[in-house]
Design a protein around this ligand. Structure first.
Ligand SMILES: Cc1cc2nc3c(=O)[nH]c(=O)nc-3n(C[C@H](O)[C@H](O)[C@H](O)COP(=O)(O)OP(=O)(O)OC[C@H]3O[C@@H](n4cnc5c(N)ncnc54)[C@H](O)[C@@H]3O)c2cc1C
Length: 155
């Protein structure tokens, strides 16, 4: 899988079970209705956060957010809302999930289905809201972060 290039997201949950986690196991599923999926380790705190909140935010990271990806993948970041003190964020209007400023795109999803997938769960989400901006993507390939993709078309 290290030879499959992906973007990088930070998944977020808001409210009582606020949490965030870097994830590249994310893809589109359906256009009508709009649906996406993400795969989260069953042992990760994010797993419990999504199950309890029943919704999640997706922040598609931009080329200059490698530090954000590393931060939300680290085990020693603070718990709860304190972990968001390091980033600028705003509450998603539909779910309240924290959305990270400077990201390339943002989605808010309502949890539609949960499937077992080995040591991960597959969270299928219905997209409630989405927005984007122009910029360069942060990529993950060969076990490392990469920048410099051409700019996407502006919103
Ligand atoms: C580029 C990139 C892409 C990633 N993509 C995904 C993805 O798609 N899906 C995904 O699930 N994860 C992914 N990760 C990993 C994920 O971001 C990290 O594991 C993150 O720390 C999980 O956050 P958490 O707080 O939810 O879970 P945590 O509580 O930090 O737990 C994460 C894992 O570490 C274990 N763990 C926690 N504390 C300890 C400890 N003290 N000793 C030993 N083990 C411990 C847990 O059992 C669990 O398996 C990715 C990481 C990177 C860098």
């Amino acid at each position: 899988m290290s030879h499959f290039a992906t973007g990088i997201t930070v998944l977020t949950a808001g409210g009582e079970h606020s949490h965030a986690m870097t994830a590249n196991a994310f893809t589109s599923v359906s256009l009508d209705p709009p649906m996406v999926l993400c795969c989260v380790a069953r042992t990760a705190q994010m797993h419990e956060a999504i199950l309890r909140t029943r919704s999640f935010g997706v922040n598609v990271l931009s080329a200059d957010q490698e530090w954000v990806a590393r931060y939300f993948a680290s085990r020693n970041r603070p718990k709860g809302m304190a972990q968001f003190d390091e980033v600028d964020w705003f509450a998603g209007p539909r779910t309240g999930a924290p959305l990270i400023a400077g990201s390339l795109a943002w989605l808010e999803c309502e949890l539609a289905q949960v499937y077992h997938g080995g040591d991960h769960s597959i969270f299928l989400g219905t997209v409630l809201d989405a927005s984007r901006r122009s910029g360069e993507a942060l990529l993950f390939f060969g076990g490392g972060f990469h920048q410099g993709m051409p700019s996407a078309k502006s919103a």
